[in-house]
Design a protein around this ligand. Structure first.
Ligand code: UVW
Length: 318
């Protein structure tokens, strides 16, 4: 029987960006996206084409979420029917309105993870004690990310198209070398501080083929851990990894068997922001047509105090 190492053992020599932006930092690699990066992104706006990347929320057909979570649910509070009864509020002039509320996992739709969302060995991003997560994240929550906003040059890496598939298979992996080869095939190049948007086609299989097939033997396709890949992310100063999967990486590292090691190697250790459950199909289709794979990327998650993450509807402008 293969023994699965602990996260700490697997990542014992993995680099960290802790302290790089000071002892109080809570936004990690988002620090790379300074004004110069915003202007670099803006230079890629050429056609006035806009894409919004959030998947639908509160879809009665269900939302794709990590196993164990529930999709957001929307409940009606007031509608026209509410004004027919005796208890209906009365407003001078006869105003009627509709109101509703949602219950939602903050990680249960297209979302930014807070840097304190995952950890191992009792320590979260930047060396903060994992006890700071108890009852709500008092360190490295999603709030500082939401307050700064994420704006820079984005590049779509259409791995599904590159491999000639509608969607990558369950458990199918790729590396940073594959990302570079994909970029070259698209006639582009990944540059330092690019926001990486990786299309696998996987999230769309939830809508196309249904939840049963989606969750059967659940192993998502995605990037796979290696020391070289982690070093590449650090050297390339990648601020943000955005994918159309629930967890941005292959669910179980095929080499070690460890679950979600890139969450720890990239997010916890390097401070790379993760944006998950993104819809990249219309953008992918458009890039295949007009061959413009680079654009302005802009996103700001909701300002949830102490949140482990928050929903977002990122926008690309070409
Ligand atoms: C987990 O937290 C398990 O995954 P995610 O970051 O995809 O929400």
């Amino acid at each position: 029987m293969t023994v699965v190492p602990s996260m700490g053992e697997l990542l014992k020599d993995s680099p960290k960006n802790w302290g790089k932006w000071g002892p109080d930092d809570e936004i990690g690699a988002l620090n790379y996206l300074d004004a110069a990066q915003v202007m670099r992104g803006i230079r890629h706006v050429k056609q006035g084409k806009v894409h919004t990347l959030q998947v639908r929320m509160c879809d009665p057909a269900g939302d794709p979420v990590w196993p164990g979570r529930r999709g957001a649910e929307r409940l009606m509070v007031f509608d026209e029917g509410s004004w027919h009864g005796d208890k209906a509020p009365q407003f001078p002039g006869g105003l009627h309105y509709a109101d509703d509320f949602i219950t939602a996992f903050l990680q249960g739709s297209t979302q930014y993870d807070a840097l304190g969302h995952v950890w191992y060995d009792g320590v979260i991003y930047n060396g903060y004690d994992a006890n700071s997560t108890i009852g709500g994240l008092t360190k490295a929550s999603v709030l500082p990310i939401a307050e700064k906003g994420v704006v820079g040059r984005g590049i779509l890496l259409d791995m599904a198209r590159f491999r000639g598939k509608e969607a990558l298979d369950k458990g199918e992996t790729f590396t940073h070398e594959d990302l570079m080869a994909c970029a070259r095939a698209q006639g582009t190049e990944i540059e330092k501080r690019d926001v990486l948007l990786i299309r696998t086609g996987f999230i769309s299989t939830f809508y196309k083929y249904g939840r049963e097939k989606f969750y059967q033997d659940f192993v998502e396709p995605g990037l796979t851990h290696s020391a070289e890949l982690v070093k590449w992310f650090q050297d390339m100063e990648i601020p943000n990894l955005v994918t159309d999967t629930i967890a941005n990486e292959v669910t179980y590292d095929p080499a070690s068997g460890v679950a979600l090691p890139l969450h720890c190697a990239l997010m916890r250790n390097l401070g790379v922001l993760f944006t998950e459950i993104v819809d990249l199909d219309p953008l992918g289709e458009d890039c295949a047509q007009d061959k413009q794979y680079t654009f302005l990327y802009a996103a700001a998650p909701l300002k949830v105090v102490s949140g482990t993450g928050a929903p977002v509807n990122p926008i690309t402008i070409k």
